[in-house]
Design a protein around this ligand. Structure first.
Ligand code: PMT
Length: 399
């Protein structure tokens, strides 16, 4: 996602500066080219050698190199950067940014930056709460600076509360989201159903399936990175959704709850992707006490659940693109094409249980895409992230 992006990272004097080492490493890992500008005070918290080694670029602190007079041009730094990220950003630096003080290279670079600017504040609870800090953040926001909210927890001072710099992984997500805002799905709403459902039998037992949610969450991440506002209606999974501000998860348990949450979110959606493995049947009579094994035999009465995909196919707006999945063990092509027609979808993604490395739980998948018109597209086995990109490419063409 950050491949080839130029990120100028400003590091100010804060104990959170130690986290900026991990931040640089993660940005570089995502393909970004990173240059680091530090304040004198930041050097007391983390060494320039560490930052230079991780960023693979010399660190910039002074306006010029005292050895040879070489000038560090803040203007060209500002022009080079696609994003100027100041993390950690101390209360002092934030105040100076607002007042136009330009007494170090980090600040002159800010004043001449033509690119998007983001700051990740880091300070003690009282400093963070102080009206001047709050006002400064509001002013910066008003100027289009992205504020990466600090987290809550134990602070270096021993106080508990808000003020600690966001974790490096979360900052990388926010950075990706900043670039995503210009993506092809900018302004579009995408709804995705994910994971399995659980149909309770008694207080300790339920019926479910093997869906891990990996495929659906890969789709959610891909759509969010292309700029869409993504809502995931998710059954119980062990995945933490990427921390993008444009991606939210609505947790549900049963097929009935998934149906209701989907219905609530379909109006206004530009695309709906039905990736969840929804139970086709639920238990007719929930036993409110644990069923005892003393019974010699036990018949469970099941009733059909609502077909969420069919409801979406029938009730969506004209503009809403509907993409379903078909998980098959036999007669794959025929069944997938049948579901495409019966559920009134625009596209269906066939998963065959006969393909090794595909379907439930794997990190990879092998699918074929069917459309109402046009030839099917058979994709080779690839990571679920790459499959998600292919599915969204095809979905975009239908939007
Ligand atoms: O979660 P993973 O471990 O990554 O695995 C991914 C996956 C195998 C779950 C996924 O790729 C997949 O195939 N999902 C659909 C599974 C499924 O239930 O298929 P189906 O053929 O039974 O259902 C057809 C379509 O109707 C699907 O879009 C399904 O979401 C939808 N459906 C089914 C029943 C129901 N009551 N409501 C529905 O919306």
């Amino acid at each position: 996602m950050l491949k080839g992006k130029h990120i100028l990272l400003g590091v100010t004097g804060s104990i959170a500066a130690y986290k900026s080492a991990v931040l640089v490493r993660n940005l570089v890992k995502q393909g970004a080219e990173v240059r680091v500008v530090m304040t004198e005070m930041a050097k007391q918290f983390i060494t320039p050698l560490t930052m230079a080694t991780l960023s693979k670029n010399p660190i910039l602190v002074d306006f010029y190199n005292p050895e040879n007079g070489d000038w560090n041009s803040h203007v060209s730094l500002g022009l080079w950067a696609d994003l100027y990220l100041i993390a950690p950003c101390s209360a002092n630096t934030m105040g100076k940014m607002v007042s136009g003080v330009a007494d170090n290279l980090l600040l002159t670079s800010y004043l001449s930056a033509k690119c998007k600017v983001a700051v990740a504040p880091a300070m003690d609870l009282d400093m963070y709460r102080h009206p001047s800090t709050q006002r400064n953040m509001e002013i910066l926001k008003g100027w289009g600076v992205e504020i990466i909210e600090p987290g809550s927890g134990e602070l270096a001072s021993g106080l508990e509360g808000k003020g600690r710099m966001a974790e490096p992984d979360d900052i990388v997500c926010q950075v990706e989201a900043i670039f995503a805002k210009e993506g092809p799905l900018k302004g579009k709403k995408v709804l995705i159903t994910a994971g399995p459902t659980r149909e309770p039998i008694d207080p300790v037992r339920y019926i479910t399936n093997h869906s891990s949610g990996k495929m659906a969450y890969a789709l959610a991440r891909e759509a969010a990175l292309r700029g869409a506002d993504v809502t995931v209606v998710s059954g119980p999974v062990n995945i933490k959704a990427a921390g993008y501000p444009n991606l939210k998860v609505v947790d549900v348990t049963t097929a009935g709850e998934m149906f209701e949450a989907t219905k609530r979110n379909v109006p206004g959606a530009d695309a709906v992707i039905l990736c969840a493995a929804v139970a086709d049947f639920t238990v007719a009579h929930f036993e409110d006490k644990k069923i005892k094994r003393e019974k010699s035999n036990y018949n469970l009465e099941l009733t059909p659940t609502n077909d969420i995909a069919a409801w979406v196919g029938e009730n969506r707006d004209k503009k809403t693109v509907a993409v379903g999945f078909a998980l098959e063990t036999n007669d794959e092509v025929q069944n997938a094409q049948g579901k495409l027609q019966k559920k009134k979808l625009d596209m269906i993604v066939l998963n065959s249980m006969r393909d090794t490395g595909a379907g439930f739980g794997y990190d990879t998948n092998k699918v074929t895409l069917f459309f109402r018109e046009g030839e099917p597209v058979a994709l080779p086995l690839k990571s679920k992230e790459d499959v998600a990109a292919d599915i969204i490419d095809n979905m975009e063409k239908l939007m």
